[in-house]
Design a protein around this ligand. Structure first.
Ligand SMILES: Cc1cc2nc3c(=O)[nH]c(=O)nc-3n(C[C@H](O)[C@H](O)[C@H](O)COP(=O)(O)OP(=O)(O)OC[C@H]3O[C@@H](n4cnc5c(N)ncnc54)[C@H](O)[C@@H]3O)c2cc1C
Length: 346
């Protein structure tokens, strides 16, 4: 296994969650010790243990072919590679899944996340004490803002170098979404938008809303985000994870909405389960069957749970039973307890 032992190594420790009212008063607190990591920090820790000569950057997989005896990956530079087994960990827009199960497509959840980062040194002393060390929440009607500390640009975890991660979930119908995704040149790819292409008036509109909807503390952070970016929220469930000699893991097979904070752990659990079953001296096909039976149900459950947590943020109308479930997950106490709670895996 990898030599990453200390919890401190992985990110920034947080002990307490706090919810702020619109007037800026702390209305709830919850003691919930955890470590907040970040994509960059995880990548750095894992990458330094992976041999350079086996890590091929700038290779774009375009197609796969398989027979009973082998699988072949074809790349955009004309190269190809044969193997006994191909593991598709190519994310929510997976080329591999698209080829094997084209019907499994990301479903837009009906809301977006506005996101951004602020350096610790750009926060006032009061903000550093009141916000930076905590997981904080503010819950305007049908919306949700949260902040938590993550490691600095160079992955430093000491308090002076950390950054505050700001996420604001806002309902957006398909029509609103398409307007948000239309860039400064009038272009729209229908799915995402580069941070530097978001139209200034769209950002200004969001900042104006922050002044009327959010606590003064969260509003101040939103006004200061340098280049806030928009992440439409999608989820996805595939019917299968194993297709003969090809296995889908992580977001390529199941993408949960971000509220549970399980995306990375879920992908790691897939990888671990696959490694363990392959090491069990079974034939390849029975190892892959065992793997799929272990992971399909667990992943489906996580996607369903994340849908329930996010249902109250959706722009689209809910059925009566969805409304009932959504109402269970929209109270301050429930949001604080259920969001990215590490105990979900215990
Ligand atoms: C708003 C938001 C907040 C989130 N917060 C959290 C959180 O707090 N905690 C958490 O655990 N998770 C979080 N997630 C989810 C997390 O980011 C994903 O679950 C996780 O990154 C999935 O890992 P993956 O390796 O399966 O896919 P990815 O991280 O998407 O990696 C896929 C890789 O495949 C590569 N690739 C794709 N297509 C090709 C191709 N054709 N050829 C070659 N390479 C290709 C991509 O470049 C990429 O490097 C969040 C997600 C969102 C949207």
């Amino acid at each position: 296994m990898l030599d990453i032992n200390s919890a401190q190594d992985i990110g920034v420790p947080i002990h307490t969650r706090k919810a702020f009212s619109k007037s800026g008063i702390v209305t709830d607190t919850l003691q919930l010790p955890q470590i907040a990591s970040s994509w960059g920090r995880m990548y750095q820790l894992l990458r330094q243990h992976f041999p350079d000569d086996r890590y091929h950057q700038n290779k774009v997989l375009t197609q796969i072919q398989q027979t009973q005896h082998q699988v072949e990956a074809l790349f955009s530079d004309g190269s190809s590679h044969h193997a006994d087994l191909l593991i598709g960990a190519d994310g929510i827009r997976s080329t591999i899944r698209n080829q094997l199960e084209p019907g499994a497509q990301p479903q837009y959840a009906g809301y977006v996340a506005w996101r951004g980062l602020i350096e610790a040194q750009d926060l006032s002393k009061a903000e550093q004490q009141e916000i930076l060390s905590f997981f904080t929440f503010c819950l305007p009607e049908g919306e949700q803002v949260l902040t938590y500390p993550i490691a600095g640009r160079q992955h430093q975890t000491d308090p002076a170098m950390r950054r505050c991660n700001v996420v604001w979930y806002r309902p957006a119908s398909q029509t609103v979404l398409q307007d948000l995704l239309t860039d400064t040149n009038g272009n729209n790819n229908g799915e995402s938008i580069a941070p530097d292409r978001v139209r200034p008036e769209v950002v200004q509109h969001m900042r104006n809303d922050a002044t009327t909807l959010l606590s003064p503390q969260h509003n101040a952070l939103i006004q200061r985000l340098d280049q806030p970016f928009i992440q439409p929220i999608y989820d996805l469930t595939a019917a299968k994870m194993v297709h003969q000699r090809i296995v889908l893991i992580g977001d390529a097979a199941f993408t949960a909405r971000p509220h549970l904070g399980v995306g990375i752990t879920k992908a790691a659990q897939d990888a671990l389960a696959l490694a363990e079953t392959l090491n069990n001296n079974q034939s390849l096909s029975s190892a892959l069957n065992t793997f799929e039976s272990q992971r399909l149900e667990a992943n489906r459950t996580l996607v369903d749970q994340s849908r329930e947590l996010g249902a109250y943020l959706q722009a689209q109308r809910l059925s009566d039973s969805e409304k009932k479930h959504a109402s269970l997950h929209r109270t301050t106490a429930a949001v604080m307890r259920e969001t990215a709670n590490p105990d979900i895996f215990h």
